[in-house]
Design a protein around this ligand. Structure first.
Ligand code: ATP
Ligand code: MG
Length: 267
């Protein structure tokens, strides 16, 4: 792949635990993610998905291998990689607008000067508040928002920092089915409007097929890449896409692969 942004090469990771029962989390994982791809990672619980995402986020060290972005080693978090966690991680004492503006205050120009003044930050926040359908809630505090609305704030905050890459760890996992369906469509819409490179973890195979350009299936712990499936379904996609015969074929195939691994583990 020539236009790969993120390159993960032969990564091994073992968690060292004090009682000596170390946990091998990743076993020789290699993956390249190209510009504007939407890659979904699926695999059994505990197979190392979060570990892999955190390594790309620069939040977790690894034992051997190489992880680069544009050829440069990832050695810590950076504004070019926006992370969205399952739990909303908003500042409860800040309004929606302030939460979204907050991350922008750390952005710098190449010469080290502050990138956005107050007016510009407000403008950008307005734009993304609108994009995630939260107009009218600018001055609300997180406690006054539903789970789905909080997650939309988290998405808007990540977008406002204009990262090249979005790293999402089961961002809709805690939501009810209807809100989840709504946010899937919102995210599809946002991603089509403003293309980003996305690495997205989910347990939900339907969600993976609906969103992704490629689905990466990890095997049970220690995680290694079992299979990569290109999802050749046209965009725009929406919930109706799930009725599509092609969609169902992909979903059944991936589900079957994941389920077989689950049965293996239980043996
Ligand atoms: N900080 C830690 N210390 C020790 N072991 C850990 C730590 N974090 C994760 N692990 C172990 O590493 C393995 C992979 O964990 P990880 O959280 O990456 O899995 P996952 O695929 O995200 O699982 P899930 O789908 O349940 O979120 C698990 O067996 C877990 O117990
Ligand atoms: Mg996880």
């Amino acid at each position: 792949m020539t236009d790969s942004i993120i390159k993960i090469e032969n990564v091994f990771k073992e968690y060292k635990v004090p009682d000596g029962k170390n946990v091998k989390a990743l076993n020789d994982v290699s993956l390249e993610v190209s510009k504007n791809e939407f890659v979904c990672l699926v695999g059994p619980s505990g197979c190392g998905k979060t570990t892999l995402l955190n390594i790309v986020a620069g939040l977790e060290p690894f034992d051997s291998g190489k992880v680069t972005m544009h050829g440069e080693g990832i050695i810590g978090p950076g504004p070019e990689r926006g992370v969205i966690f399952q739990q909303y991680a908003l500042f409860p004492w800040m309004t929606v607008r302030k939460n979204i503006e907050y991350g922008m205050k750390f952005l710098r120009n190449a010469n080290g000067s502050i990138r956005f003044d107050e007016k510009k930050k407000r403008e950008i926040a307005e734009y993304y508040i609108k994009m995630v359908n939260l107009s009218g809630f600018e001055d609300s505090y997180p406690k006054a928002l539903s789970g789905g609305m909080k997650q939309r704030v988290a998405i808007a905050r990540a977008y406002a920092q204009s990262p090249e890459v979005l790293l999402m760890d089961e961002p809709f996992g805690a939501l009810d089915a209807q809100t989840r369906a709504q946010l899937q469509e919102d995210l599809l819409h946002t991603w089509q409007e403003e293309k980003k490179t996305v690495l997205f973890i989910t347990h939900d195979v339907d969600e993976a097929v609906l969103l992704a350009t490629r689905v990466v299936i990890l095997s049970a712990r220690p995680g290694r890449i079992k299979e990569i499936v290109d999802i050749d379904l046209p965009y725009p996609r929406n919930q109706a896409t799930k009725m599509d015969a092609e969609f169902i074929k992909y979903r059944n195939y991936i589900w079957d692969t994941v389920y077989k691994m689950f049965l293996e583990v239980r043996k």
